[in-house]
Design a protein around this ligand. Structure first.
Ligand code: TRP
Length: 447
């Protein structure tokens, strides 16, 4: 397959915005705030930063190095490192397929909320309303529509689809978030909200679920462990500093999550929603927050529209990166044509998402299994492969456009020690504490 027909980014900024678009998603705007509310506010934020730096950045760098060096999507990229690792690429594509199948359903709820806020159609009983739109025909429709939009963008190609959309939508997202944060600052509960968010409660931080939760959240938020960053980096030509790009992507992702907290915490305190948030994460976002907005009549309707618009933009740029992983794998491995591939895979994913559109418990289960366990496992494998079996080539690639030999050595050292150890621990806890309970909720086991 020639490099010409695979596509390349038009500019470095385009690449960064696309990668940030892939990373910034529902995980940043909601998952982060939720975890921070449960994990001691600023103490969680500090812990999160620690994981981004010590685990997230090294794995992100590894993915970018693999992608740029091989110039291939995950299956062929892993096969290029050694043919015995090809299966891992296949797992990545399957995980991308599975994550998108439920992610698109959540995106659909977000889109529906956006539409209904814009039209003033959200009824005051947001609980019943969310029950209606989250499972069944309405959810199927919104999910299918989101998939069609995603397919159309991917069918447009790297430059004319992904990059063009990211270059327009990401700045819009940043402006929306800044606007929302400024609005949130004017709410009467803002001070209490910031206090809760920014005052570290270190007693919460050293509880094990907080620690492993922070690591899992960092991984999901940075879109690591399934080849999304390998795929995007495979369209990078030339040299340029990979650590520089990794820092830009991780920094922007973290900043967006942080600003997301500056929006959500004042809202939570102004409308007195902390009890709802403690109860359920999805419920807080789709039931409690909308109920709060409705209390403010017209201003609330406007803010609700902007709030869910921001969420939808964040979600669709992530959905794009998930579909691109699958699409590019079929293009590179089987020589399929892009448009056809995007439609075929997109439709299959839409069908695979039906159970999620019919049952929110299925969403919870898939998120725990694929969004946590499999991503952590993928990251663990990438760290071991890059650190132990491929470090010579990896270092050479890293040093193209990057001067510091000391940092390069530190990177390999982290991939060999800290990263696998941390990920193993997180893997253990995410299996025992998230997947198993989610499976029980879904399959109704009673023990
Ligand atoms: N990072 C996205 C979020 O925070 C989700 C996501 C998009 C993702 N692409 C991914 C997660 C690839 C893992 C892998 O919502």
């Amino acid at each position: 397959m020639s490099a010409v027909s695979r596509g390349t980014w038009k500019s470095n900024t385009g690449f960064i915005l696309a990668a940030v678009g892939g990373a910034v998603g529902l995980g940043n705007l909601w998952g982060f705030s939720y975890s921070a509310s449960q994990g001691g506010g600023a103490a969680f934020v500090v812990l999160y930063l620690f994981f981004v730096l010590s685990v997230g950045l090294p794995v992100l760098t590894a993915e970018l190095v693999i992608g740029r060096h091989t110039g291939q999507s995950p299956i062929r990229a892993m096969g290029a490192i050694a043919s015995r690792w090809k299966w891992l690429g296949v797992v990545f594509v399957a995980v991308g397929f599975g994550i998108l199948s439920f992610y698109s359903v959540i995106m659909g709820w977000t889109g529906r909320m956006l539409l209904d806020f814009a039209l003033g159609w959200v009824p005051s009983d947001t609980g019943t309303y969310f029950g209606q739109i989250s499972e069944g025909g309405d959810a199927v429709f919104a999910h299918a529509l989101g998939m069609i939009l995603t397919i159309l963008i991917i069918a447009g190609g790297v430059q004319h689809g992904i990059e063009r959309v990211a270059v327009v939508l990401m700045p819009v997202l940043f402006l929306l978030l800044i606007g929302l944060a400024i609005w949130a600052a004017t709410l009467s509960g803002a001070g209490a909200g910031y206090g809760f968010y920014l005052k570290p409660d270190f007693s919460a931080v050293f509880r094990q679920p907080t620690v492993t939760g922070a690591a899992g959240q960092a991984f999901f938020s940075l879109s690591l462990g399934m080849g999304a960053m390998i795929t995007y980096a495979s369209y990078l030509g030339g040299k340029g500093s990979i650590p520089g790009k990794a820092v830009a992507i991780a920094g922007a992702d973290t900043l967006v999550a942080f600003v997301g907290g500056m929006v959500t915490f004042p809202i939570i305190f102004h409308f007195d929603l902390l009890a709802d948030v403690n109860e359920s994460t999805i419920g807080a976002l789709f039931i409690a927050v909308p109920r709060g907005f409705l209390e403010m009549s017209f201003a609330g309707r406007l803010v609700g529209t902007f709030f869910f618009l921001a969420l939808y933009i964040a979600a669709i740029t992530s959905a794009i990166s998930l579909l691109e992983v699958c699409t590019s794998a079929f293009i590179d491995s089987l020589g399929w044509e892009r448009k056809k591939t995007a439609w075929i895979l997109g439709i299959l994913i839409a069908i695979a998402g039906m159970p999620s559109a019919l049952s929110t418990e299925w969403v919870g289960f898939l998120f725990a299994l694929l969004g946590q366990v499999f991503l952590i496992f993928g990251g663990l494998m990438l760290a071991l492969i890059t650190g132990y079996f491929w470090s010579g080539t990896a270092l050479e690639e890293l040093r193209r456009g990057f001067d510091s030999a000391a940092l390069a050595t530190l990177w390999i050292w982290l991939l060999r020690t800290v990263v696998p150890l941390a990920l193993l621990v997180v893997l253990y806890f995410s299996i025992s504490q998230t997947v198993i309970p989610a499976a029980k909720a879904l399959f109704g086991a009673s023990s």
